[in-house]
Design a protein around this ligand. Sequence first.
Ligand code: NAD
Ligand code: MG
Length: 420
Amino acid sequence: MAIGPTTVLSRPAGRPSASITVLGSTGSIGKSTLEVIALHAEYHVFALTANSNVPVMVEQCVRFQPRFAVMVDGQAAEQLAGELRKAGSATKVLSGAQALVEVATHPEADTVMAAIVGSAGLPPTLAAVEHSKKMLLANKEALVMAGELFMRTLAASNAVLLPIDSEHNAVFQCLPPESRLAGGDIRRQGVRKVILTASGGPFRTLPVEQFGDVTPEQACRHPNWEMGRKISVDSATMMNKGLEVIEACFLFGVGPEHVEVLIHPQSIVHSMVEYMDGSVIAHLGSPDMRIPIAYSLAWPERINSGAAFLDLTRQADLQFFAPDLERFPCLRLGMEAAARGGTAPTILNAANEVAVESFLSGKISFTDIPAIIAAVLAQMSCDQADTIDIIRQADEQARATARRIITETELGNGLSAPTG
Ligand code: NAD
Ligand code: MG
């Protein structure tokens, strides 16, 4: 039989519908997720969650009419419930961190977008994996702090994990289809290395002597991406790429020696996979998170994301450079933690979260961030990270150590930048 256009090109009559819980819906990724959902009638919002942003949550509930809305903050939950009553909304408001787990594991939600920032995202994300949801993972900190446990839980469940981080989504798309979801060793499929691209952030060319005077506003002004404040600072220090090296190791089952980082200021090539025969497969697109979000929502199909199409004739130049680890010590610290393994990534992540928070609230300078993380890593021992209790303990101890170091700094003891 000849293969005609109808047999090859026709799509199924309707895509399966999905019922989605969006963890962190009021954030940058959460909002982009809702924009993609709004374009497609077959996707329904089951639950929305946020920490405390009532005005944005009211708008989202009125527009998407979820069954549940969770505000972790109790007062914000009360305020939200009042606003929704006035608006005649049927959405039920829940509060507290346990409610995040409830809506992430509810039998009526089949898909979970994990877009809470930081370690607060781990409990609902891990619980959703245990409950075999289709997981859209933006919350890289959850994977970095508990990668071994996370991947073991995934292997023991029927969950499907789709990376939302643009680099990892790009790598996922460049890998052989049979090894994308395995979490096994992709090198058996002829992969030589994974190449993560990095924009270099707002300070790629700033003279290093000026790093000490950088303000939170300058650090949050990313040249190519609009993101939440924490990941914006991580991009400015390049800790974001350090976290992403660790993320890639867990997701794709490779050691850090098989993950290369390249600075690519244009953010058009989102990442690449190099194969043993010398082929390099790259993923290109506009710098718009709706692309990996739409890819993951519809996977294994493709849908419209709403993002602009790429016009390469307008893209004069695509540049690639090796990163400067002296300029960006956080990237080196991330790579070292990936190589050390065990609780090193847990400690790195916790110390970074505390340091970034302190920088954003004006307590420490930009150059104190790597110094604090290096000091915490030097002061703590690294253990096997195979149980949630060990991970929690390492996380809490690293936070306490970072806070103590910051208090000492405030008292004038000062920190010296890490060397090496
Ligand atoms: P954001 O700060 O814009 O939003 C964070 C969301 O998490 C908000 O909805 C907030 O209410 C919620 N939240 C914050 N603290 C919480 C807590 N303690 N408990 C429960 N909810 C809490 O952050 P973002 O830029 O959307 O990033 C979200 C995650 O996605 C991060 O892990 C980030 O690294 C990752 N990511 C973001 C981008 C991006 O372009 N923004 C790209 C790749 C990966
Ligand atoms: Mg990224």
